[in-house]
Design a protein around this ligand. Structure first.
Ligand SMILES: [Zn+2]
Length: 122
């Protein structure tokens, strides 16, 4: 099964091989807290963006690519190391943190939200 979504202006659209997520992740790091995204995680090869207006922001360690739409400003996805809950990483595996608020016909506000302690991890 695949889900689809788009930013506000449609400059960025995506297809993801996953079920509509039941639970999402919020991160308390200084950037995610400002960005306000609720993340659905998936493997990079399950995510197919068509991102004509894509832009990227990196900060701190610069290991995470925070993508957003340069036209309408929506947070779209983050491409990051697949960090464990304690912040550990195998140095290889990456994951996509899709902004679930952009998923078509889906209400991110009704999902179970798990909060990770990004403020103290990175
Ligand atoms: Zn846009």
């Amino acid at each position: 099964m695949a889900i689809t979504g788009r930013c506000h202006c449609g400059g960025v659209t995506f297809t993801a091989e996953m079920l509509p997520p039941i639970s999402l992740t919020a991160c308390t790091c200084s950037y995610c807290a400002a960005r306000g995204a609720l993340y659905a995680y998936l493997a990079p090869d399950a995510f197919v963006p068509d991102a004509k207006t894509d832009a990227v922001y990196r900060w701190n360690t610069r290991l995470v690519e925070h993508h957003f739409c340069a036209a309408c400003g929506c947070a779209t996805w983050s491409d990051s190391p697949a960090f464990a809950r304690d912040g550990a990483w195998d140095g290889v595996t990456r994951r996509i943190g899709l902004n679930a608020r952009l998923i078509d016909d889906y209400d991110a506000g009704k999902a179970i939200v798990e909060t990770i302690d990004g403020r103290n991890l990175w």
